[in-house]
Design a protein. Sequence first.
Length: 287
Amino acid sequence: MTSPGTARLLWALGEPFHALTYFANECQTAGEAVGLTGFWQTYFALRAAPLGAIGPELVTATFYNFAPEFVARRVPAVWEAVTPDAALDARLAGIDTAVRRVLGEEWVSSAEAVEASELAGAAAAAVDFPGRPLAAANAGLSLPEAPHLALWQALTTLREHRGDGHNVALVQREIDGIGGHVLAAAAGRSTREWLQRARGWDDAAWDAAVEQLCGRGWLDADGMTAEGLAIVAAVEADTDRLALGPWRALGDSACDRLAALLAPMRRAVVAAGEWPAGNPIGVPEPD
């Protein structure tokens, strides 16, 4: 029976491939080619584009863990530089070039790329939409014809589906975006320095979040308490459980096969230096 651990494993294996859109230079170049300036304009435009020309409030709500002021410095200004449709074209152009470099032309035209695309596409077609805005927006896009791009789009839909569910697990426990980061740093999934720099939270906001979590009994002077560890474990367990639907629809044997296809792709991305150690996404090493 497909278990929540399956959802976690497939996320860990597939996320580095998706994240080429953030870390590969080709994706930054593609953004610049359509008028975007710098890493963060490109990040917000390419990730938010499936939702349309939205404002900072909706980006803050759906991305969840960014400082609102950090978002507002880029959104909605990005839509003056590029339309959502142009941003969608740019992200596929960047991924196309990056994948060809990282995995090679032989893999792009391989039977393995086709098979992985078909399996991930079948799972992505099974995502549930209620309460899943980023997943629904990505699922509503037309799939590219090229298998490696269709695979990237399917894995993107699936990771946003997981992220939407993760937000639900946090909201249920009244953990806001910065509180989630403080707990992630305390749990060793990333560092305060990475998370503040990458999500826009200043020292005052971070320190206030630490104080609040200490007041809830989840942190103390020595770090995370037993109750804090239990809360983090519960959030992660709920996230895995809420992400399970598409993988259950795909079935055990197909999930196992997709994992086998994704594992060498993940290794190639890591070997190419396109998956920075300790990055703020916080993906665990696959077991």
